[in-house]
Design a protein around this ligand. Structure first.
Ligand code: ME8
Length: 533
């Protein structure tokens, strides 16, 4: 997804339902959003990263009823659980939007009034099959046998026949088609774009934006016997998030600084809401449209979507407690091509983080620092990278890596960013075997020895820099051991690292005093319970 020219970048995760504790699927989107936000900060962009919770609607009301709980108490508890997980996963968000915030109600009312004044809302009769788990009406032909929902195969759609307010989506058919035509990147990846274009081509139908048998939500401003449909309310949570804490909750205040948002990062399940309904609502209210929507794939377990409603979840706390936040962040971004579905497999998880983080990256750093210490004193060898000829293949690969990884982050190909960087690290391991620094030392080839060790050390540094949006704590450990004073988890300290210099091979300065060599990532030992669980 290309960023606009302004040196500012605002992005959102979905606002997650609070019907159940967060699972690894919610974490997946938020990890990706955090990696992208961190990359933009590394580039010197001012970033606003938004997440939060979607707390109204029938799904939440029913969950509270089933648990015999006050919905407010349920929302507070589960919203707090999401927040706690983001801290544990080392996710830095700037705004946490909760749709039960009274300021949000003010924004929704003002927005509704604009759409009402435009003449895009009318009272009609809604008949159809409703999936409460999706909070969405479904065409009968899209449901499974006995009207079970394909997204939640354990939930049956329910028949509804009631008076609802409708939004005139059909008015926006031509404008949406023009939007997709003129902005081919508006919906990413291309497969999702085609899906949406085909849907719109079939002809857009108005959708209902109120419910009558629902208390838990925002009353329709000019008819409080209706409650606003949860999606109409929830999408506006992105706008409420833009208010500064001291602002009066008005649309003007919310939209003044950060609107339009550059990117909505979502799963493919909620693509239609973001790529069709949302732009139409914004067009109706006369507001500029977001930069784009990226709909990633599903994490599956044994081929079925991992879902709170289905109940086949993987507890992210358990993964983090056993393997650490860095391993979890790395595995999901490296292993699954962003945009495609990916099945979770614990044995593969362990093998990948052991191979990449413990063996290839961690051991390489440790071995290299020990050799530098032994053969060159504890400083970066006095080498001018310009003097390294074509036999230093690491230099040639390293010199193009920054560009390649930049493209990968811009297009949200996190797996490519990881794979390209790890390829350089694997080349380093091979380079050590080929050049055998210990033999160069014995032969008294000090100049060549220093060149070899410099090339490796500089490649590890570059890899740590480029992976810092994904594994910030490991990257900090590597940078510290190479002698920098920086913490990739502290956005303020990033200003001390010039992006163009640090993403370029050859930036390491001769004579820099190295830190203490210490293992950065402990190998995960496979136990039979871990593999079989
Ligand atoms: O849809 N694999 O909330 P939600 C990958 N409240 N990502 C997954 C996933 C999986 N198995 N399961 C969930 C809602 N996700 C609305 C959003 S926005 C204004 C309102 C992620 O809690 C993915 O990002 O059901 C998906 O779109 C989102 O969680 C759905 O979260």
């Amino acid at each position: 997804m290309s960023c606009s020219d302004r040196r500012r970048f605002a992005l959102t995760t979905p606002l997650y339902y609070v019907n159940a504790r967060p699972h690894i699927g919610s974490a997946y989107t938020t990890i990706a959003a955090d990696a992208l936000a961190r990359y933009q900060r590394l580039k010197g962009y001012e970033v606003l990263s938004i997440t939060g919770t979607d707390e109204h609607g029938q799904k939440i009301q029913r969950t509270a009823e089933e648990q015999n709980r006050d919905p407010h108490a349920l929302c507070n508890e589960i919203s707090g659980e999401f927040d706690a997980l983001w801290h544990k996963l080392n996710i830095h968000y700037d705004r946490y939007s909760r749709t039960t915030d009274p300021r949000h109600t003010a924004i929704v009312k003002e927005f509704f009034a604009r759409v009402w004044d435009k003449g895009d809302i009318y009272l009609g009769q809604q008949k159809g099959w409703y999936c409460v788990a999706c909070e969405e009406f479904k065409e009968e032909r899209d449901l499974l046998a006995d009207r079970y929902c394909p997204m939640h195969p354990n939930k049956q759609a329910e028949w509804r026949d009631e008076a609802n307010y409708f939004f005139r989506l059909s008015n926006y058919q031509a404008q949406l088609e023009a939007l997709f035509e003129e902005n081919p990147d508006f919906i990413q990846p291309a497969s999702r774009r085609n899906e949406v274009i085909n849907f719109v081509k079939q002809g857009l139908q108005d959708f209902s934006i109120s419910r009558v048998q629902l208390d838990w939500g925002i009353p329709v401003p000019n008819d409080p016997s209706h409650t606003l449909y949860v999606w109409f309310d929830a999408l506006l949570g992105y706008v409420t998030a833009l208010l500064d804490p001291e602002d009066e909750p008005t649309l003007d205040n919310a939209l003044r600084h950060w609107w339009p948002i550059d990117l909505h990062l979502i799963g493919k399940d909620i693509l239609r809401f973001h790529a069709v309904y949302w732009p139409a609502m914004l067009l109706s209210a006369g507001l500029p449209l977001p930069g784009g929507v990226f709909g990633h794939g599903f994490l599956t377990k044994d081929g079925t979507k991992i879902s709170k409603t289905i109940g086949n979840t993987i507890d992210p706390h358990d993964l983090i407690d056993r393997f650490g936040a860095e391993a979890v962040r790395y595995y999901f971004l490296k292993e699954i091509e962003f945009g495609r579905d990916g099945d979770y497999n614990e044995e593969r998880f362990i093998n990948i983080v052991n191979a990449d983080l413990a063996n290839d990256l961690g051991n390489l750093l440790n071995r290299t620092l020990k050799m530098v210490d032994k053969y060159c004193g504890s400083c970066v060898p006095a080498v001018n990278p310009a003097d390294l000829d074509g036999s230093f293949t690491l230099k040639a690969t390293g010199e193009t890596l920054g560009e390649r990884v930049d493209r990968a982050y811009q297009t949200l190909e996190f797996h490519t960013a990881c794979n390209s960087t790890l390829a350089l690290i694997r080349d380093c391991n091979k380079f050590i075997d080929d050049r055998a620094p210990w033999t160069l030392f014995k032969q008294g080839e000090q100049v060549e020895l220093e060149r070899v060790l410099y090339s490796i050390l500089e490649s590890v540094r570059l890899a740590a820099y480029l992976l810092s949006p994904i594994i910030p704590t490991l990257s900090t450990a590597i940078y510290t051991q190479i002698g920098f004073e920086v913490d990739f988890n502290q956005p303020e300290t990033l200003a001390t690292l010039d992006f163009d210099r640090h993403r370029t091979w050859g930036c390491l300065a001769a004579g820099q005093t190295l830190g203490q060599a210490q293992p950065i990532f402990r190998r995960i030992e496979i136990t039979t319970t871990e593999v079989s669980s």
